[in-house]
Ligand binder design. Structure first.
Ligand code: ASP
Length: 332
């Protein structure tokens, strides 16, 4: 395989951004600089925050929270919206395949009591997040992989579904002409939906789901289904979730780190900034990849930070549906 060649591109223009004061201004922190003090953008609960521009997913989660549903139901049903959306080619049905043409899905979920479940490399099932929830609730295990996860899903009543759409198949065939592995920053060939919710009781849950890097090696798994890396919840403190190049997030156990930093007194924003700094500090190639985190604490204060401009997130709370909000970033 050729060495990764990453292209830098920022796709989210200011179009559609909400007006101040709800937009986080783009930062220009140089590496090593002290993080700026940020005030919380949003406060209170119930609330939902999710990576990227996923208005239907956050609206679904909000509907559940508004009807006094649990944060666990909200994150599951929220991300399921994206798993079913064939136009979202980075998650669930319609996701881009691995280099051999197989769509393999990774997901995890974590509740207020620290229970968690995950599936990795799951094929033929539209809702990996729901299988992850079944792993959490109906087995003594945390993670099921591959064929075992698929078999478990069928036992639980999930239907076999063709995940490779004609659009993704055609793109994969075209990709084979070069067969270059080229995750492109912020755009279509990778991304994840990570969602964090606080319900009316102030209890936090999170979910994270992805089809991973497009045209990845068969069997490759990133951060998204790894508890502590792609997602972590501690109901005493808060929650965090990640998007971007999973290998980099795994190396720092990014989401766990951010929650622990909040436990030590950092705001969600400060914790996300420190999480990104940990990644870039030991990584000379950081200019070539994107990683973004979102976090929330028990008060419903949020934070988000990433390496490059272009990462956005959505929040839904009692003040409204604000979105997408541009995350602040480190400018390399
Ligand atoms: N984190 C995902 C992975 O590494 C991909 C992404 O969010 O861009 O599989």
């Amino acid at each position: 395989m050729q060495r990764r060649k990453f292209l830098k591109k920022s796709t989210l223009s200011s179009a559609g951004l909400v007006a101040a004061p709800f937009v986080a201004s783009a930062g220009s922190l140089s590496t090593g600089a002290k993080p700026k003090a940020h005030t919380a953008l949003f406060e209170g609960y119930p609330m939902v925050i999710a990576t990227w521009d996923v208005p239907n997913a956050t609206a679904k989660a909000w509907e559940i929270l508004e009807n006094n549903g649990s944060s666990l139901d909200a994150v599951e049903q929220g991300v399921m919206v994206e798993e079913s959306d064939v136009d979202n080619q980075t998650v669930g049905k319609g996701g881009r395949p691995d280099r051999d043409g197989h769509v393999t899905l990774d997901a995890c979920i974590m509740d207020k009591d620290g229970n968690c479940g995950a599936v990795v490399c799951l094929q033929n099932i539209e809702h990996p997040v729901s299988v992850a929830r079944k792993v959490m609730e109906d087995t003594p295990h945390v993670m099921l992989a591959g064929k075992g996860a698929e078999q478990f899903a069928y036992e639980k009543g999930f239907e076999k579904t063709e995940l490779l759409t004609e659009k993704s198949r055609k793109e994969w065939l075209a990709w084979q002409e070069t067969s270059r592995y080229e995750p492109v920053i912020n755009i279509e060939n990778h991304d994840t939906i990570g969602m964090l919710c606080l319900d009316a009781q102030g209890d936090i849950a999170g979910a994270c789901t992805t089809s991973g890097m497009a045209y990845k090696m068969a069997g490759r798994v990133g951060d998204s289904p790894i508890i502590g890396a792609g997602l972590f919840i501690d109901n005493e403190v808060g929650g965090a979730t990640a998007t971007g190049v999973g290998e980099e997030v795994v190396r720092t156990v990014g989401s766990f780190l951010i929650v622990e930093l909040m436990r030590q007194g950092k705001s969600p924003q400060e914790a996300c900034e420190e999480g990104v700094r940990r990644i870039i500090a030991k990584n000379p190639d950081y200019k070539d990849f994107q990683v973004g985190f979102i976090a929330v604490n028990k008060k419903g204060e949020t934070g988000a930070f990433c390496i490059h401009p272009g990462f956005s997130y959505r929040v839904y709370n009692r003040k409204g549906h604000f979105n997408p909000v541009s995350a602040t970033y480190i400018t390399p």
